[in-house]
Design a protein around this ligand. Structure first.
Ligand SMILES: [Zn+2]
Length: 92
C-alpha cells in the first residue's frame, strides 16, 4: 500500500463549513458543527434541546468536524445509539 501524497493535516479556511444544529421545535441554536477538512467520515447527529425537552432533526454530515457550543450551553453527555450520535446539551 503506498501512501501517495498524503496531505499534511493542515486546516485551510476554505474547508471550513459551518452547520448550526437547531432544535426542531423551538428553533434555538443547540450546537455548531465546524468542518475542519473534507473526509469520508460520516456523522449522524441528534442534539437534545435543554430549552423545550425536544430535539433537533437528524443531521447528517460528511467530513471532519469539531463541535462548538453556543455561549449559553454545555455538552452534558454524548453517546451513540443505532449509529446516531446523541448529544445532550445543558444550560450553563
Ligand atoms: Zn427546543
Amino acid at each position: 500500500m503506498e501512501n501517495e501524497k498524503e496531505p499534511k493535516p493542515t486546516i485551510k479556511t476554505e474547508d471550513f463549513e459551518d452547520h448550526t444544529i437547531k432544535c426542531a421545535d423551538c428553533e434555538k441554536d443547540l450546537l455548531y458543527m465546524v468542518r475542519v477538512r473534507p473526509s469520508e467520515k460520516n456523522y449522524k447527529i441528534i442534539v437534545k434541546c435543554p430549552f423545550c425537552e425536544s430535539e433537533s432533526w437528524l443531521v447528517e454530515l460528511t467530513g471532519d468536524y469539531f463541535q462548538k457550543t453556543p455561549k449559553s450551553l454545555l455538552i452534558e453527555e454524548m453517546y451513540e445509539e443505532n449509529d446516531v450520535l446523541l448529544i445532550i446539551m445543558k444550560r450553563r
